[in-house]
Ligand binder design. Structure first.
Ligand SMILES: NC(=O)c1ccc[n+]([C@@H]2O[C@H](COP(=O)([O-])OP(=O)(O)OC[C@H]3O[C@@H](n4cnc5c(N)ncnc54)[C@H](OP(=O)(O)O)[C@@H]3O)[C@@H](O)[C@H]2O)c1
Length: 253
């Protein structure tokens, strides 16, 4: 139950917004982060930090400073507001990420790595840093390697890998409903293609990398009329500009 505190100032503000004034300051922060923080059921955000030319890393896989400081703070806010963060195995191999909340106050989410073919060897940093719990999602017939300090979830894989809905069901069964899909491109694409993403956050940093993987790779469409055109709100984060795209109308309630 939400309690309304309708002061005159709040009402005047709502009337201004009705007339087309853009929200700023606290209202903008609530509009951007409120749906994540307030979700009580399944709510899936995918976030990409990319350059002006749509790259998420250099061709050799260096992605450490694609986002500016405010883009990174945004990512950490998202992490702090969800129950679990998902990355693909290539991101763990390339970046050795901690996936923790360090730039803002707040809890670190459970860390989930999708490693369909059992490519992790257990030496990766997140298995040994004493941080939030780690879950590895793998195929039922992948090699049965024991990974240290981690739970392994085994799911049936089809020729196309693991169904992203089944991954989210397995996390929901563990009480993990609000989920951030952090990358990389292939992992985010699978979740978007299978219509599991409610909000797509694209944070653009004023940087031109020139070559390298792009943030989102979906099956090609012949005509622009068939491209995804989600309703989007645009936020000035400071160092980066954020597009908050609604890919579904689910509110996570
Ligand atoms: N700038 C950013 O926001 C950002 C964020 C994260 C990562 N990155 C960068 O992105 C690059 C890595 O991206 P990437 O696209 O190459 O790889 P990725 O998405 O990290 O990992 C892809 C791999 O994960 C496994 N996987 C993911 N979803 C799966 C599913 N539904 N079913 C089965 N397997 C699944 C597959 O492993 P198998 O091949 O073993 O089947 C797939 O090849 C790195 O350079 C990293 O630095 C950038």
């Amino acid at each position: 139950m939400n309690t309304i505190d309708m002061t005159d100032a709040v009402w005047q503000r709502l009337l201004s917004i009705r007339e087309g004034e853009t929200v700023a300051g606290e209202a903008a922060a609530m509009a951007l982060y409120g749906p994540i923080a307030g979700a009580r059921g399944r709510f899936i955000i995918a976030q990409v930090g990319q350059s002006l030319d749509g790259r998420i890393a250099t061709p050799s896989g260096d992605a450490m400073d694609v986002s500016g400081p405010d883009g990174l703070a945004h990512l950490h806010r998202c992490r702090a507001l969800v129950d679990a963060v998902i990355v693909g195995v290539n991101t763990v191999k390339a970046d050795n990420p901690r996936l923790s909340v360090r730039l803002v106050d707040g809890p670190s989410p459970v860390r989930v790595v999708i490693d369909c073919n059992g490519a992790l060897d257990g030496d990766e940093g997140l298995f040994h840093d004493g941080g939030a719990p780690v879950i590895v999602v793998t195929s039922a017939d992948a090699p049965g390697k024991g990974l240290p300090n981690a739970e392994t979830i085994r799911l049936q894989s089809s020729g196309k890998g693991l169904a992203t809905g089944a991954i989210l069901d397995a996390l929901a069964a563990r009480g993990l409903h609000r989920v951030l899909v952090e990358g990389g491109a292939r992992t985010i694409a699978r979740f978007i293609e299978e219509r599991q993403v409610d909000r797509l956050h694209v944070a653009i940093s004023p940087l031109i990398i020139g070559a390298g993987p792009s943030g989102i790779n979906l099956p090609p469409v012949a005509r622009l009329a068939d491209a995804l055109r989600p309703p989007a709100a645009v936020y000035n984060l400071g160092s980066d500009v954020l597009f908050d795209c609604a890919l579904s109308d689910r509110q996570g309630q």
